[in-house]
Design a protein around this ligand. Structure first.
Ligand code: FMN
Length: 321
């Protein structure tokens, strides 16, 4: 068994969590991951409303007694704090923050009894999270699917592990194999957060089949780190943060042409909304990371995390260097 400060903190049997992916995860994925011995989570910054959130929490609790978490895109809490309040009122064990200064919210979450995990993309954000009393730092590298920063995982992970030896640290970005998990554990991480690896699972019911298929077909070289979809949307993202997506036809045509995008914004945004509705991966945003190259089939979440953790454990115990 791979035992770390993270598994001890939450009583887990596997040193992994699934990433809280807003609009791409819910109670089903969280329940499957928690029941399999990892930390199951889902994202709640999605505009799906209070009833949806309450249903997901109830679903997880109906399946498992194990801890689970709910994640927030931090800058979206203030404009619409209802979901944050629901999570605290319901005594969810872990609350996850990402992308901007979590300090205004950390105290509330801790006072409600939650363990706090802060996903950071820079040393500055890591410092804010540590100053605010985060229980766990999660370092996100540029390899990651979804929104992320510009730093690659290993340099940022090593810097954070060395700077905050008192805090458990998780790695996020490109962990889709036991080899990658073994590498970050060897570098000092206490575990990893998996997003892309768990998109292609039956439990990710929020992800259209055509998007799962793109992840399965990917060799890992067909992603882009782009602001295209952010320029067409309403979410405020901090400087340096952009989205890693499948480099589809729309991205190949428009990535980097910010002025031209601004001129055609309305038309492009409506094309993207229509593509999303018909699940067209060549125009809609398909968030996935470079680790997609190692995701070769749609498999149950428990099988995915168990396979990754077993492979990492074997590699680490047989390491001869
Ligand atoms: C489809 C998708 C949606 C995501 N949505 C969120 C989100 O809402 N909030 C967040 O903090 N991170 C989000 N992420 C990033 C993850 O938290 C995590 O850092 C990333 O998935 C790890 O890299 P990997 O995809 O290579 O495993 C998302 C990732 C993906 C793939």
């Amino acid at each position: 068994m791979l035992r770390t400060r993270f598994t001890d903190l939450l009583g887990l049997s596997l040193p992994v969590m699934n990433a809280p992916m807003s609009n791409h995860s819910g109670g089903r994925l969280a329940a499957a991951v928690s029941e399999a011995g990892g930390l199951g989570t889902f994202g709640a910054s999605n505009g799906l409303g209070a009833d949806w959130l309450r249903e997901q929490i109830a679903y997880v609790r109906g399946v498992t007694d194990r801890p689970f978490g709910v994640g927030f895109i931090t800058q979206l809490i203030e404009p619409d704090p209802e979901n944050f309040e629901i999570v605290l009122d319901n005594g969810v064990s872990v609350v996850i923050f990402s992308f901007t200064d979590p300090q205004p919210w950390l105290g509330r979450a801790r006072d409600a009894g939650a363990i706090t995990v802060c996903q950071v993309q820079s040393l500055e954000l890591a410092q804010m999270a540590a100053d605010g009393g985060a229980d766990v730092l999660m370092v996100q590298g540029n390899e990651a699917g979804g929104h992320t920063g510009g730093m690659n995982l290993l340099p940022l992970l090593v810097a954070v592990v060395e700077k905050y030896p008192q805090l458990p640290v998780l790695a996020a970005g490109g962990i889709t194999t036991g080899r990658a998990l073994a590498a970050v554990l060897a570098a000092g991480a206490d575990g990893a957060s998996l997003g892309t690896a768990l998109l292609a699972t039956p439990e990710a019911v929020e992800v259209p089949d055509a998007f799962k298929e793109r992840v399965v077909l990917s060799d890992g070289q067909d992603t882009a780190f782009t602001r295209l979809y952010d320029l067409l949307g309403d979410t405020p993202w901090p400087n340096g943060i952009a989205g890693r997506v499948y480099r589809n036809r729309l991205v190949r045509e428009w990535d980097g042409r910010d002025d031209a995008i601004a001129e055609r914004r309305e038309e492009l945004a409506s094309d993207v909304a229509a593509a999303r509705a018909r699940h067209d991966p060549e125009v809609a945003s398909v968030y996935m990371g470079q680790g997609a190259g190692a995701v070769n089939a749609i498999r149950p979440a428990a099988e995915v995390i168990d396979g990754i953790c077993c492979e990492a454990e074997n590699l680490l115990s047989n390491l001869k260097v």
